[in-house]
Write a protein that binds this ligand. Structure first.
Ligand SMILES: Cc1cc2nc3c(=O)[nH]c(=O)nc-3n(C[C@H](O)[C@H](O)[C@H](O)COP(=O)(O)O)c2cc1C
Length: 287
């Protein structure tokens, strides 16, 4: 549907996924993405898209915020001109961009956390949904991947992509077995050479276990997963654009499977290898 080799979407991550990670993931056969709010000006975005396109012709994607808080019209045009194939909407009405994206041959997916969200997005004409589960880094849903993906899959007629807790090939095999068409990988990619997380943040992700993650709406007003220690001193949300956001470290429960800081390409390669091994061995479970 979007021309990628493996069903792995590198998550758009605020202040983390920029051109280095996008290029690395797309070159490795996944879909590299970034959130448009990572750029404060259209000039910066244009320059970054140009550098990405000098390094890869493979499909790339963006997360676009249509809430009205950000100017998106010019950003959309730049992305379409750069051949962005995949638009993930997390806020606002996807119909605002559907016609332009489709005319360009691209696809629009919507982040959803519930069946109600999923049905609304489908009725508006999106090409697929990303099921954001309770274990995901960033804003999180309330149901775990193992429940949310088959729940949406059984009730929607469009592809469902699993987001939350997928860091390994075995987890990817589980998500695909549940009916997901692809997976979004965020937390695992924080701890890569190409992510723009600080070294301390990457190390904290590697050393954390699932009990070090706390889910709260205290910081952004919406449920989100955080490394508990990083949010201890924050009573409320920093201003938009504040440097304090760099001290708030979001990550999902799959810190449990994140055990080294390595190149993003090796994360993708390891997932693909383990996925194949797991699929082959599952066939031998019941005789
Ligand atoms: C640090 C961080 C920042 C994120 N920022 C965004 C964002 O700006 N836009 C978005 O759509 N999702 C964002 N997400 C959510 C991811 O796109 C994705 O849904 C999630 O990371 C998948 O779950 P996982 O972390 O368990 O792999 C963010 C996630 C993390 C960890």
């Amino acid at each position: 549907m979007i021309g990628i080799r493996y069903p792995i979407i590198g998550a758009p991550m605020f202040l983390i996924s920029y051109e280095e990670l996008v290029v690395a993931v797309s070159q490795a056969g996944g879909l590299g993405t970034f959130p448009l709010p990572n750029f404060r000006s259209v000039e910066e975005l244009a320059a970054s898209l140009k550098r990405i396109r000098q390094q890869t012709e493979n499909p790339i994607g963006v997360n676009i915020h249509l809430s009205g808080k950000f100017e998106w019209q010019e950003q959309l045009k730049l992305c379409l001109d750069a051949g962005v194939m995949f638009f993930l909407t997390s806020l606002g009405d996807p119909r605002l961009i559907l016609d332009d994206v489709h005319r360009n041959g691209g696809k629009v997916f919507a982040d959803v956390i519930s069946l109600e969200h999923g049905v609304k997005a489908q009725d508006k004409g999106v090409d697929g949904v990303v099921a954001v589960a309770s274990d995901a880094g960033g804003h999180a849903g309330t149901a775990p991947t193992i429940v949310l993906v088959p729940y949406l899959k059984a009730r929607l007629g469009i592809p469902v992509v699993a987001a939350g807790g997928v860091s390994t090939g075995a987890q990817m095999a589980a998500a695909i077995a549940l009916g997901a068409s692809a997976t979004v990988v965020g937390t695992r990619l924080i701890a890569t050479h190409e992510s723009r997380a600080s070294h301390a943040y990457k190390e904290a992700v590697v050393s954390a276990g699932p009990d070090d993650i706390v889910c709260t709406d205290r910081i952004t007003g919406n449920r989100a997963n955080w490394l508990a220690k990083s949010i201890e001193k924050f009573e409320k949300r920093p201003e938009i654009g504040s440097k304090k956001w760099l001290e708030l470290w979001s990550a999902g429960k799959s810190v449990a499977q994140t055990d080294s800081i390595c190149p993003a390409a090796s994360v993708i390669a390891a997932m693909v290898k383990e996925y194949s091994e797991v699929c082959a061995s599952l066939g031998r479970t019941i005789r």
